[in-house]
Design a protein around this ligand. Structure first.
Ligand code: FAD
Length: 292
């Protein structure tokens, strides 16, 4: 099933996992996926290595998700290092395992790299290429509530978003954003400029102080005062920070839903426990009753 059809019928819940490297076993992730399925996600996405060469076991992971019959698989696919022929081969591979949903990205540049070293320079070119070849896929694209770290301005980044929309993207998935105010400002500006696509909000659960600092800084995202206060107050105790971060994330997800997000996409980082509590405490899914 195409994810855009699910989005059009109501709020979606989804998770993101990353594949093990090619020489590492798949089983630990398969175990986590089994646990994640119990939360009844609409889809689970699997990342794709930055420059294509380190895509790891991406295809096996999405094949496994799709064949589980528990939810849709969404594969990330990047311009990085990929030629047109690589793109055609990848589309054939994804179709051969029943995957109907792709997130088309430029891809992160590793340190020192300034070019995709492939046939596509930007995500809109990749989206247009896929659309010119087949209608077999629902296509997602990335968006940045606090603008992409390389974009000169929010307006320049929204220009890029309009190009992805014109190229044929079906929906957008956001970068993490801990500031609902910045998210709403972006939403208002993007809608006024003509971005009409549904938006699935990406949420990185606040679990560890180090993870928060690393992910926000490397992605050019802000740390709102409310979150800095949590670091100041609870940063010395892992357990207290986790509890306070959980409460913050529950409230963030509830606000994003209230403000009309079309879906909540949790960056689960191949974990289950904290994610399950979050899903139940936000009310997106009801906790199953246990038999005594
Ligand atoms: P683009 O849309 O190409 O944008 C990149 C920059 O160029 C922006 O500054 C934009 O404003 C500008 N721009 C865009 N189009 C044009 C144009 N036509 N002309 C001029 N300028 C333009 N990375 C990975 O490597 N693997 C993953 O699996 C992965 N998953 C992700 C999932 C999500 C939900 C998100 C939000 C990001 C993910 N990333 C992933 C990171 C992403 O690849 C990087 O943020 C990358 O730097 C930009 O990707 P993009 O598709 O937004 O690129």
């Amino acid at each position: 099933m195409k994810i855009i059809d699910r989005i059009q019928s109501g709020l979606t819940l989804s998770f993101e996992v990353f594949p093990p490297k090619s020489d590492k076993p798949l089983e630990p992730l398969l175990d986590t996926l089994e646990q994640l399925y119990t939360l009844r996600p609409d889809f689970i996405s699997c990342t794709y290595g930055a420059m294509g060469s380190n895509k790891g076991r991406n295809l096996e992971v999405v094949a496994s998700i799709q064949s589980s019959g528990k939810c849709e698989a969404l594969s990330h696919y990047t311009c990085g290092g990929n030629s047109r022929q690589d793109g055609l081969d990848a589309l054939a591979d994804y179709q051969s395992v029943g995957v109907e949903n792709l997130l088309a990205l430029r891809g992160d540049f590793p340190a020192g790299v300034t070019h995709t070293n492939g046939d596509f320079l930007h995500a809109n070119e990749l989206i247009a290429f896929i659309r010119s070849q087949t209608n077999a896929f629902s296509l997602a694209a990335a968006c940045y509530p606090e603008k992409h770290l390389l974009a000169e301005s929010m307006d320049a980044d929204i220009d890029a978003l309009l190009k992805k929309q014109d190229a044929g993207a079906d929906f957008l998935m956001t970068q993490l954003c801990y500031s609902v105010e910045n998210y709403l400002r972006f939403l208002d500006r993007a809608r006024k400029r003509g971005v009409k696509l549904p938006i699935v909000a990406g949420v990185l659960p606040l679990i560890k102080k180090d993870g928060l600092v690393r992910m926000t800084l490397s992605n050019g995202c802000s740390i709102p005062a409310e979150v800095s206060a949590l670091v100041g107050r609870y940063g010395e105790s892992e357990e207290s920070f986790r509890e306070a971060g959980h409460a913050f994330t529950v409230s963030l997800v509830r606000r994003l839903i209230k403000e009309g997000a079309n879906g909540i996409h949790l960056y689960t980082l191949n974990r289950f426990e904290d994610v399950a509590d979050l899903v139940y405490d936000t009310g997106i899914r009801e906790k199953p009753q246990t038999n005594r």
